[in-house]
Design a protein around this ligand. Structure first.
Ligand SMILES: Nc1ncnc2c1ncn2[C@@H]1O[C@H](COP(=O)(O)OP(=O)(O)OP(=O)(O)O)[C@@H](O)[C@H]1O
Ligand SMILES: [Mg+2]
Length: 325
C-alpha cells in the first residue's frame, strides 16, 4: 500500500469527503495518518466539524481501533517562508521578503513554485521519521486539485524546469518527483456514475499515465442503492396492469374499499419504475466504461441524510470492508 495517497476527481464529486474517509480507514490498528489540504478552503475542518485548521499538523480524529488522523491545511505563503527558512536560514529576512511582495510573486505569480511547495510539504511528511527511525505518519492522504489540474500539479518537475534549472528549488522539485513517481505514491480518482465525471476520469487516467504518475484506484462516490435489479425491471416491463392493480389491492394499498383505488396507483408506480429503469441503464453503462479502465474500483454509497461526522465514519468502514486498508 502506497504511503502517499493522492485523491483527485472532477469538482464536486467528493474528493474532500473521500480523502477524509480514506484517512480514517487507513488509520486502523494504531496507525497514524495525515490528511493534507492544499486548496486552502478549510473543507477538512468543516467535514470534521472543527474550527479552521492553522498551518500546523493537528490531531482531528481517532479511528476505531485506536488509530489517529492528523490534518494539515497547507498555506502556500507560510510553506514558502518555511522553505526559505530551511534552505537559507532567513529568519527575520523572511518577513522582509513578505513585505517586499516576493512571496506574492512566488505563490501567486509563479504557480510552479507554489506547487513545488505544496507537494514538497506532503512529501516531507511522507518521509519524516522520529528519533527511533520510524515513520511519523504511516500514510499521508492528500485532498488534491481536481482532475483537470492534477497532472500539472503533480508534475512539478516540468513546471519548475523553466524557473530553476539548478539550486535548491530545482533539487527540491527533483526530490518531490522521486516520491511522486515511485510506488510510494498512488493517485486515486473520485467519480460519480454519470457520463461527464466518468469521461473526465478516463481522460485523467490517460494523462497521469502519460506523465509517468502512478494511478491507484477509482472511487465511485454517491452510489444510489439498488432498488430493483435487471430481473425485477424486466418483470415490471412485462407485468399486465391488471395484475399489478390486483397485487396492490391485495397488499392493502389504495384503500380497503372493494374495488379500491389501487388502479389509480398503477400509472404513477409504473412511471417511477420507468424512470428508475432509465437511470439504472445509464449507471450500468458507466460501470461498464469504468470496468474497462482495468483499475481497482470501489463504490461508496450516497448518504441520504447528508454528510456528517457519523457518515464519514460510515464511508471509512465501507472502504475498509472493500479492502482499502
Ligand atoms: N457519499 C456521499 N453521500 C452524500 N453526500 C456526499 C457524499 N460524498 C460527498 N457528499 C457531499 O457532496 C458535496 C461535495 O463533496 P466534497 O466537498 O467532498 O466534493 P469535492 O470534490 O471535494 O468538491 P470541490 O471540487 O468543491 O472541492 C458535499 O456537500 C458533501 O457533503
Ligand atoms: Mg474539496
Amino acid at each position: 500500500m502506497s504511503r502517499l495517497q493522492v485523491v483527485s476527481g472532477k469538482g464536486g464529486t467528493g474528493k474532500t469527503t473521500v480523502a477524509a474517509a480514506l484517512a480514517l480507514a487507513l488509520a486502523t490498528a494504531g496507525k497514524r495518518t495525515l490528511l493534507v489540504e492544499v486548496e486552502g478552503r478549510q473543507g477538512i475542518a468543516q467535514l470534521f466539524e472543527t474550527e479552521a485548521l492553522p498551518y500546523e499538523e493537528r490531531k482531528i480524529a481517532v479511528a476505531p481501533g485506536g488509530g489517529e488522523v492528523y490534518a494539515l491545511a497547507i498555506d502556500p505563503e507560510l510553506a514558502l517562508l518555511d522553505y526559505l527558512q530551511m534552505f537559507y536560514k532567513l529568519g527575520g529576512a523572511g518577513r522582509a521578503l513578505k513585505k517586499l511582495g516576493a512571496i506574492d510573486f512566488a505563490t501567486t505569480i509563479a504557480p510552479g513554485v507554489r506547487d513545488v511547495l505544496l507537494t514538497g510539504k506532503a512529501c516531507e511528511a511522507v518521509r519524516r521519521k522520529d528519533r527511533a527511525g520510524r515513520f511519523v505518519y504511516d500514510y499521508v492522504v492528500m485532498d488534491a486539485p481536481p482532475t483537470g489540474r492534477i497532472t500539472r500539479f503533480l508534475n512539478v518537475n516540468d513546471e519548475v524546469a523553466g524557473l530553476a534549472r539548478i539550486g535548491p528549488i530545482h533539487n527540491q522539485a527533483q526530490a518531490v518527483m522521486r516520491v511522486l513517481k515511485s510506488r510510494e505514491t498512488a493517485v486515486h480518482l473520485v467519480t460519480l456514475l454519470e457520463e461527464m465525471p466518468v469521461q473526465e476520469t478516463a481522460d485523467g487516467i490517460a494523462e497521469l499515465r502519460a506523465a509517468g504518475l502512478p494511478v491507484g484506484r477509482v472511487m465511485v462516490n454517491m452510489v444510489r442503492p439498488e432498488v430493483l435489479d435487471a430481473e425485477d425491471l424486466e418483470r415490471v416491463r412485462t407485468l399486465p396492469r391488471a395484475s399489478l392493480a390486483r397485487a396492490l389491492s391485495a397488499a392493502g394499498l389504495g384503500g380497503a374499499r372493494r374495488g379500491g383505488h389501487a388502479e389509480r396507483l398503477v400509472d404513477p408506480l409504473l412511471d417511477q419504475a420507468g424512470q428508475y429503469a432509465a437511470r439504472y441503464e445509464l449507471e450500468q453503462e458507466q460501470r461498464a466504461v469504468l470496468g474497462e479502465l482495468d483499475l481497482p474500483l470501489h463504490e461508496l454509497p450516497l448518504l441520504i441524510e447528508g454528510m456528517d461526522l457519523a457518515g464519514l465514519y460510515e464511508l471509512a468502514t465501507e472502504l475498509r470492508k472493500q479492502g482499502i486498508a
